[in-house]
Design a protein around this ligand. Structure first.
Ligand SMILES: Cc1ncc(C[n+]2csc(CCOP(=O)(O)OP(=O)(O)O)c2C)c(N)n1
Ligand SMILES: [Mg+2]
Length: 569
């Protein structure tokens, strides 16, 4: 029997989807049957990963896409499962991660008119007015599958949206009767369904940007997510070395520029002070950034010339967004930087000026490196800096780090100091709990890599660790998870104090952000998935615990969770 559901699975296979992160329900009999039939008859279909929680499912697809660039499928149950995707929807949308989401809908017939008609009480209750509306504000594309006859074209159109800049999640829904419909096979030529070609700069724009950079005394590039296309970081290095451009990462969600490069000037988050590199720059090239600076606390000097190249320069998902750019360009960073480098290859540069720019940035880079090294010196207290420096020893050429450290985001970027494209990711968004699912996805996308998920204690709880560690054992995706445990939510406390530094909250003993006594975080993972579990309360326990945890991941191939107690928030 060849149904709409069989066709959907075939389309996913054609689109290169390897995994379906699935949470099944009464809307899915046709898909379950089609998948089982494909398996029994030897047709290739994506592998099903059973996900007891939908947020974890979409986070896994998010992590997979970050590592591989490819959308995977997430199957959820009608509007209920759609809602359970929860904040992972925000993360995939804001983080521009491609993902294909399918949900069934309540059957539209109730007297047995068609195969798939209602036969369970819940199908009346799950009938809602606008299921797609639940996620519409976040999807690059959403549609209802109304017939199985064109289902493959709809899947490939959705995938084209998902993989075209600005990338992101897409949503299709289909009722049971439609998913059961028997259809004739449709042949698809994948050459006609590729993502849009990368956006490039017009030739006069290349010249204008290059000339402003060359004319500047202190040119600076600011970026957040350019490194998601691995070759873009190399192009940025070439550009910066040729002219002497410093690089500042703002709220990075990828490895954008080698941290050990003398032109690297660090990364900024919610630091409540003016960034000196930004203040000193007279020409700023903003490349792929949602928040290049926070103008109320830190911004470029008045009169600085700003050029802005982005896959999404209008920030179409952000109602309020502007920077004082001389010009903004919609282009793929790797392509645009390659164009700029080709142009610069034919231009004679003032080598004295280039040398002076390099000299300035080299000096501030070295001063920063010394400041960071001092923070890693071991005293009695186990800090986030010391923990991260200890972790750095275990990072090799195939390690993928996922950073959901929240108030330790910058500590992790600073003290890991990574330089390989693709070696580190953050969610790129703001709904906590991405790291656990993302670690599963990252490991599935790159089985040969060592995956490290570094998380705040609050973010560990948000990540649904019982589901994550059950999946990780079942599907053999071992990773190291390190909890930066400050016994609660430090960030909301910092937010309150930033606005009300002398208020009642600043003097209160309890403002609802602490977790004392905390759960046995590592024990949750051990119970759910047999993870190696260890709580580290002092600096003296750190090295041995890390050694054992890494051995559990690399040799025993099981997850390890280290709950590391840092100073109380
Ligand atoms: C789903 C979700 N709920 C709530 C928040 C608000 N929030 C931002 S940071 C934070 C605390 C996170 O705690 P933890 O991971 O321990 O990091 P810490 O701030 O302690 O470093 C919270 C609750 C959020 N961003 N996302
Ligand atoms: Mg915390």
């Amino acid at each position: 029997m060849y149904t709409a559901s069989a066709a959907l699975l075939e389309a996913l296979n054609e689109a290169g989807v390897s995994y379906i992160f699935a949470n099944w329900g009464s809307d899915h009999p046709a898909l379950i049957e089609a998948h089982a039939e494909a398996r029994a008859t030897g047709r290739t279909v994506p592998e099903i990963v059973t996900c007891p929680n939908e947020m974890v499912a979409l986070s896994a697809a998010h992590g997979y896409a970050q590592v591989s660039g490819r959308a995977q499928a997430v199957f959820v149950h009608v509007e209920c499962g759609t809602q359970s995707l929860a904040g992972a929807i925000h993360n995939a949308a804001k983080g521009r991660a491609p993902a294909f989401i399918f949900a069934g809908t309540s059957p539209f017939s109730q007297a047995g008119e068609m195969r798939g008609s209602r036969n369970e009480f819940i199908q009346w209750i799950q009938d809602v007015h606008d299921q797609r509306g639940i996620v519409r504000g976040y999807m690059r594309y959403d549609n209802e599958i109304r017939t199985g006859k064109t289902i493959k074209q709809l899947v490939h159109r959705a995938m084209q949206f998902a993989h075209s800049d600005p990338k992101g999640p897409v949503y299709l829904m289909g009722a049971r009767e439609v998913m059961e419909e028997e259809v004739a096979p449709v042949a698809i030529d994948m050459a006609h369904w590729q993502p849009l070609a990368a956006g490039a700069l017009a030739s006069e724009d290349i010249e204008a940007i290059a000339n402003d950079l060359i004319a500047a005394k202190r040119p600076l590039a600011v970026t957040s997510y350019l490194g998601r296309s691995p070759r873009a970081a190399g192009e940025l290095v070439r550009l910066c070395e040729r002219i002497g451009v410093g690089v500042l990462e703002s709220v990075p969600s990828a490895m954008n520029f080698p941290a050990d490069h003398p032109l690297y000037q660090g990364n900024q988050w919610n630091h409540p002070v003016q960034n000196p590199a930004l203040a000193g720059a007279d020409c700023v090239l903003v490349l792929d950034s949602d928040v290049p600076w926070i103008p109320a606390v830190s911004k470029p000097q008045d009169g600085a010339i700003i050029h802005h190249i982005d896959v999404d320069p209008l920030k179409e998902q952000m109602p309020l967004w502007y920077i004082p750019a001389k010009r903004s360009y919609r282009a793929h960073a790797e392509t645009a930087l390659h164009q700029l480098n080709s142009y610069l290859g034919q231009v004679e540069l003032d080598q004295k000026a280039v040398k002076m720019r390099h000299g300035h940035y080299r000096k501030s880079h070295a001063a920063r490196a010394a400041r960071l090294a001092a923070l890693e010196e071991r005293g009695g207290v186990l800090t986030g800096e010391i923990l991260t420096a200890a972790l750095r020893k275990y990072v090799d050429g195939s390690t993928i780090v996922l950073n959901e450290g929240i108030s330790h985001y910058h500590t992790i970027f600073d003290h890991l100091g990574l330089s390989r494209p693709g070696s580190i990711f953050a969610s790129g968004a703001g709904s906590l709990g991405w790291n656990g699912g993302a670690a599963i996805g990252a490991k599935l996308a790159s089985p040969g890599s060592t995956v490290m998920a570094l998380t705040g204690d609050g973010s560990y709880m948000f990540s649904q660790p019982s589901t994550v560690h059950w999946i990780a054992r079942r599907y053999k995706t071992p990773f190291l998870q390190v909890i930066y445990n400050n016994r609660g939510w430090k960030s909301p406390k910092l937010s309150a104090l930033a606005i009300h530094p002398e208020g009642y909250a600043s003097r209160a003993n309890e403002i609802g952000v602490t977790f004392d006594p905390p759960p046995d975080y590592a024990g949750i993972a051990a119970a759910a998935g047999g993870a190696f579990a260890r709580t580290v309360r002092t600096a003296s326990e750190l090295d041995e615990s890390l050694e054992e945890a890494m051995a559990a991941v690399r040799e025993e191939k099981r997850c390890a969770v280290l709950d590391v107690w840092l100073p109380h928030l």
